[in-house]
Design a protein. Sequence first.
Length: 158
Amino acid sequence: SNQYLGVVEKGGNNRGFSDPIFEYKLKSVGWQPGQAWCAYTVKMLLKECNVPNTITGWSPTSYNKKDVIYTDGIFLEGFSSKDVLVMSLSYSKFKADKSRYKGIGHTGLVVSLKSTSVVTLEGNTNDLGARDSRTGDGFYKKKRLLNKNTHITRWAKY
């Protein structure tokens, strides 16, 4: 997954990428030009690691309500450094319903998780520290402070 670090959009507005292999792999999990691609990136990375998931191209589907590690500013479960974790960010105060977590607008794959921060691999973000994909231009490794808008869920336990 580090092999994609630094891949950037080509033409802007989610139209394509500087790396044709990256673009091909995103298309293989359902991405189409013009669509936001943070969740497709997570789906693609999990597929490459043979981790079953139900993530679509819509970022709220990255929140695995069956195995929540961190949400609303609180750790609910322990985890292993070998577990496959996904970070999602919410931008509203909507709470979970039976089908998905509302208000999530961005997601990324967790590289490491500490008591106050998370390091992630994220698509459709930027290298400037902006919070989400609205100003995204590439695939980057990011460190984010944990807060009430950060959610960490587990997709595989080892």
